[in-house]
Ligand binder design. Sequence first.
Ligand code: NDP
Ligand code: 2IT
Length: 450
Amino acid sequence: MNNYLEKVLTDVKNKNSHEIEYIQAVDEVLSTLEPVINKHPEYEKIALLERMVEPERIISFRVPYINDEGQTIVHRGYRVQYSSLIGPYKGGLRFHPSVNQSIMKFLGFEQIFKNALTGLPIGGGKGGSDFDPKGKSDGEIMRFCQSFMTELQRHIGQDVDVPAGDIGVGEREIGYLFGQFKRIRDAYEGGVLTGKGLSYGGSLARKEATGFGLIYFMREMLIANGNQSLKGKTVTISGAGNVAIYACQKAQEYGANVVAMSDSKGCIYDPNGIDLDLIKQIKEVERGRIFEYKNKHPEAQYFECTGEDSPIWNIKTDIALPCATQNEVNLNSAKKLVENGVIAVGEGANMPCTKEATEYFLEHNVLVAPAKAANAGGVATSAIEMSQNSMRYYFTFEEVDKKLNDIMVNIFKSCQDAAEHYNLGNNYVAGANIAAFRKLAKAMKAQGIV
Ligand code: NDP
Ligand code: 2IT
């Protein structure tokens, strides 16, 4: 690694030694930037990298609420306002017991690059809480969201910071958050949150956007590498949430055979092809567990998660789509996938592959669609939702889907061009980082020392 990159990474490690996910995300980006940094020695003088890795602002706050038993519970809320370089802070809210400052910072850092790749005017941010929505009543969810927003509202706005959903935050939570924002601020500021319900300002196709976008990116990547297609390919998808469900839907529409999906407890394997209507019923309507799939399809197999390695990656597949959470594909899983002949990995989740896993895939000529590029369709469509709110207008489903498709085609092209420009072949992981970085560096230079 070049001296300047080495110095910044060492500094990040020393200052944040306990924040392992954040360090991982920074390391992953910096380790691909050498060719660009070598060309621009002037960046060191203006501390361009130091400014890029340090969030503009981190807000952490208390979130008390009363549960159904009348007990007061206190959680911790966060909003990391990472970068307003190219637009208002933009990124999701995650409600999951694992949420901590390291996870918020890694997600916020990734978001800056992802949002730059969309070509739309959105900066980077992330937020959330260590609250676990699983098993909570609607009343508990509502009271928690209201309490969370009572603090968050003073920090956000449609031109300031625009949160959306992520793990554990979907349309229901966004609705409660929006209601509370409106009540406190006494104004309908539609573009302050995205992923809203269709009845009060949401965009058609936002729900589908991340999963659809992932498959559009995969389609482009396969075409560019031997004119292949999804038709007839076996696909495994981890997760059974928003991203996984709509990735499955579009992959099936393209003629792929999706044979497995999962949740945090285990995975189901249905070689006849996943019954997606049933998954939607279990996950979107009943908020149940994936093993219930077997009640309707006893011929399917269920593999429980027992150790570190997720059982879904032991299943033979052509294309693997990790769409659950960070670091869910480790080196063992990568080896197993390669042994079983995987040709492409598409990251629907954020940082789902460890650095070692990604390197192993690339060394073994497996195509990798990196998260920052491949799952950018969600946030891009959030930006389209903001545009509609500003215009006080709605696009049709087909209009939004067409814009999403065009954006994903462009993102793929940016990754491809950057990789080609630096003689990196089809390393789209480096391509995505470099393409985003070049755009951000240009904006940073133009705006002076801020
Ligand atoms: P959801 O909450 O809708 O679904 C999450 C899914 O992942 C669930 O099936 C969940 O299982 C599983 N999961 C969550 N945490 C873990 C864990 N620690 N171990 C194993 N499985 C886990 O979230 P989304 O679908 O919205 O998000 C999935 C991923 O995609 C995240 O990485 C998110 O950051 C990323 N993403 C989301 C976007 C969006 O628009 N929603 C946009 C871009 C990226 P269980 O129910 O058992 O917890
Ligand atoms: O990780 C992500 O890009 C998201 N969770 C979506 C963010 C958004 O603002 O739509």
